[in-house]
Design a protein around this ligand. Structure first.
Ligand code: NAD
Ligand code: TYD
Length: 359
């Protein structure tokens, strides 16, 4: 079986659902169920004996050690993290605790477990660390996309904590010979993404008749990848990735935030028409402090070595995604709980629209 961390979050739950749909190999899923973790995402495998869900913290060394000893996984796939840049700006502490200390605890437990393995079990064991393109910092408009050899230059507490965890993984490979793999992926979108991130937030706000808060001038660029493609890339790397290597994963799909928001409005105008275009709800608000201008991934290594390419284009993936949110408005309502409302007030209350700031 495989041991997944953070499998109740956005990407982790897509990964677990996709894994169990495609293979008979069981999954142990360790998740703390923070605000971002949601068992509703896993309803499809609730009754499935191949899915063992454990509510717990990756920082709990005794728990992690016991789970590895009991279930004896052939691989660890590590998604668990605090993942939202804006939250890392307002409260960086949890990011260091989970992303740095939590990864350290997991690596230590994996090292002890790995050293107890022999023969084929030892040869096949893998520790796959899921990371982000944000560790590379920000690109200028003419810069080539990030490659696996681009120097790390993280700019937010989130990306700094992920960079630190990547470095720990690297060191455990180099020093202890732990069979590690690292993936660095661009911005994901798709079903089950918490509506604090750009795409689900905009869809939810649009349908609720609320402003669509675009930070700064809206010209920051991200490289968007459909979540199912990220999961297929992780499976490819787990299966055939070279030990100790890192693989960049991206969609070859750079877009400015404003282009993304316009696209969402246009699809919603078609699928859920209101009395006026949703574009009328766009509101420019104060920029994110230290806002990275551009991310872009050079994903040629994973294509060359492992034959992976995204299956979705942005236009096919985004249409499916908007349709999913339209079909799952109960899911959105359920996660917009008291804590969510507090967050919205904290993050957006202080920003104001461009008009309000000018007044
Ligand atoms: P998410 O915030 O939706 O989910 C994170 C999950 O981890 C949640 O289920 C949460 O309950 C769990 N978790 C948090 N702290 C924990 C702890 N201490 N112990 C156990 N579980 C804990 O995040 P996501 O968007 O699914 O991202 C998953 C991983 O992919 C992260 O490592 C992130 O850095 C990386 N990543 C995300 C993106 C993206 O666009 N979302 C892009 C590239 C890489
Ligand atoms: P986000 O989804 O938070 O991902 P990340 O910061 O990890 O790239 O944001 C994507 C982009 O959208 C980023 O440039 C910030 C911007 N953004 C807004 O303009 N308004 C918003 O309300 C949010 C949440 C993000």
């Amino acid at each position: 079986m495989i041991f997944v961390t953070g499998g109740a979050g956005f990407i982790g739950s897509n990964f677990v659902l996709g894994w169990l749909a495609g293979k008979d190999e069981p999954v142990v899923n360790l998740d703390k169920l923070t605000y971002a973790g949601n068992l509703e995402n896993l309803r499809g495998v609730e009754q499935d004996a191949r899915h063992v869900f454990v509510r717990g913290d990756i920082c709990d060394a005794a728990l992690v050690t016991a789970l590895l000893g009991t279930h004896r996984p052939r691989a660890i796939v590590h998604f668990a993290a605090e993942s939202h840049v804006d939250r890392s700006i307002l409260g960086p502490g949890d990011f260091v605790t989970t992303n740095v200390n939590g990864t350290f605890v997991l690596l230590e437990a994996a090292r002890a477990y790995f050293s107890s393995l022999n023969g084929a079990e030892r040869d096949s064991f893998r520790f796959l660390h899921v990371s982000t393109d944000e560790v590379y910092g920000s690109l200028g408009p003419q810069d080539p996309p990030f490659t696996e050899t681009t120097a790390y230059a993280p700019n937010s507490p989130y990306s700094a904590s992920k960079a630190a965890s990547d470095h720990l993984v690297r060191a455990y490979r180099h020093t202890y010979g732990l069979p590690t793999l690292t993936t660095n992926c661009s911005n994901n979108y798709g079903p089950y993404q918490f509506p604090e991130k750009l795409i689900p937030l905009m869809v939810a706000n649009a349908l609720a008749g609320k402003p669509l808060p675009v930070y700064g001038d809206g010209k920051n660029v991200r490289d968007w990848l459909y979540v199912g493609d990220h999961c297929s890339a992780v499976r490819r790397v787990l299966q055939d990735g070279r030990l100790g290597e890192t693989y960049n994963i991206g969609g070859w799909n750079e877009m400015s935030n404003l282009e993304v928001v316009h696209t969402l409005c246009d699809i919603l105008d078609e699928l859920a028409p209101a009395s006026r275009s949703y574009r009328a709800q766009i509101a420019f608000v104060a920029d994110r402090p230290g806002h990275d201008r551009r991310y872009a991934m050079d994903a040629r290594k994973i294509e060359r070595e492992l034959g992976w390419k995204p299956a979705e284009t942005f236009s096919t993936g985004i249409r499916k995604t908007v349709q999913w949110y339209l079909d799952h408005q109960d899911w959105v309502r359920n996660v917009q709980s008291g804590d969510y409302l507090k967050w919205v007030e904290q993050n957006y209350g202080a920003r104001g629209t461009a008009q309000e700031r000018a007044a």
